[in-house]
Design a protein around this ligand. Structure first.
Ligand SMILES: [Zn+2]
Length: 377
């Protein structure tokens, strides 16, 4: 049912359309036209105005023909840098960029698969449940866009977010909560040659604090990282200020709290031991989630995958996605793997067969949702 060449063409056209975070206008207009042609009612929310971007989240609804449970699919329109002027091409069994930019398969693959599945349904005039899509903005900037999306507009009981690396058929049902720690160490300036003993080095406080922390892979569920440490100053002055930024993530909220406490305590005790002080700000970036394998979205994703012959695996991820926001807002959401590889690098690529399988999966999900179901088998 899937027209592979049309799918690959749509995919490469999306990749070739500039769509950096907060600058998704061109792609949003293209996708709006596409959705309108498919019969969707499309609206754009005010996420752009609220977040300083030029585009809001697109929300589309295609009324069902023949009943069934409404479905919601979600992808993000933006991509990481370098993501302007992408020149996608087919090389052997893969679609790749020219090596100077990312490909943008993250998340063009999800969008193209949804559009192709819907086009195939429209061509054949098949019955389908109500289908909703939300294409978010600025996902790559810590999930900015989805935070402004009003879940009250959604009719579907759950959401399928197409936005994960890994072979098509994998279903992400668990993701960590993430906290960010910002710290400013305050010491005392002194001449580094004449009277260093009169100074309190903010850099040494930060260094001592870091050396007391357990970082990177903390335990199977928990990670932590120092992302930046900065102090500007000439070498002949004992530095009185040093800024540090760190993060911690865990699938277990209690373990996250423990890890954050250990990190902030290491900072406070290091500062106190050297006669300085530290100001610490802890921010919760997004909540985590854990869904059961028999939860509605996981079950539906698995049965649709099996029906089109995809090997099904449930997995947890170490990263955040719009599903974190939707789940925390009360909409059960799983993330479907899209088959792309090496995302966020200029070596990003996707196998042609994986992209086609993703469209097959979306098509199966929609047909399974229709009353009578299984119309593609
Ligand atoms: Zn993504």
């Amino acid at each position: 049912m899937i027209d592979r060449n049309r799918l690959f063409g749509t995919f490469m056209d999306i990749c070739a359309t500039d769509s950096e975070p907060k600058k998704e206008r061109l792609l949003a207009e293209k996708l709006t036209r596409h959705l309108l042609e498919l019969g969707f009612v499309v609206t754009e929310d005010d996420a752009g105005e609220k977040s300083g971007g030029d585009t809001g989240n697109l929300f589309g609804r295609l009324e069902g023909r023949g009943g069934g449970t409404p479905l919601l699919f979600s992808c993000h329109m933006d991509r990481v840098s370098p993501g302007r002027g992408v020149r996608p091409r087919i090389e052997g069994d893969f679609i790749v960029s020219d090596g100077t930019t990312v490909l943008g398969a993250d998340d063009a693959a999800g969008i193209a698969a949804i559009l192709e599945a819907l086009t195939a349904i429209k061509e054949r005039n098949l019955p389908h449940p109500t289908v909703e899509v939300v294409f978010t903005v600025a996902e790559e900037l810590a999930l900015v866009g989805s935070r402004f999306f009003d879940l009250g507009r959604v009719a579907a009981p759950c959401c399928f977010v197409l936005d994960a690396s890994g072979p098509v058929g994998e279903i992400v049902i668990q993701a960590p909560e993430q906290a960010k720690i910002q710290a400013v160490f305050n010491g005392r300036k002194a001449h580094a040659g004449f009277a260093p003993e009169e100074g309190v080095s903010a850099i040494l406080m930060a260094a001592a604090a870091i050396s007391r922390m357990k970082l990177l892979r903390v335990d199977p569920q928990t990670t932590a990282n120092i992302g930046s440490i900065s102090a500007a100053g000439p070498t002949n002055i004992v530095p009185d200020r040093c800024e540090l930024e760190a993060e911690a993530r865990s699938l277990d909220p209690e373990k996250l709290r423990v890890q954050v406490n250990l990190m902030t305590e290491a900072m406070r005790s290091a500062a106190a031991a050297q006669g300085g002080s530290v100001e610490i700000t802890v921010t919760s970036c997004y909540p985590g989630y854990t869904l059961a394998e028999d939860s509605q979205p996981a079950r539906r994703a698995a049965s649709a995958a099996q029906r089109v012959g995809l090997p099904v695996t449930f997995k947890s991820t170490g990263g955040g996605s719009d599903a974190n926001i939707f789940n925390s807002g009360g909409l059960p959401s799983v993330v479907l793997s899209c088959g792309y590889e090496a995302v966020h690098t200029t070596a990003e690529r996707i196998a042609l067969d994986q992209l086609a399988s993703l469209a097959d999966w979306v098509l199966a999900l929609i047909s399974d949702g229709a009353d009578g179901g299984h119309s593609t088998s």
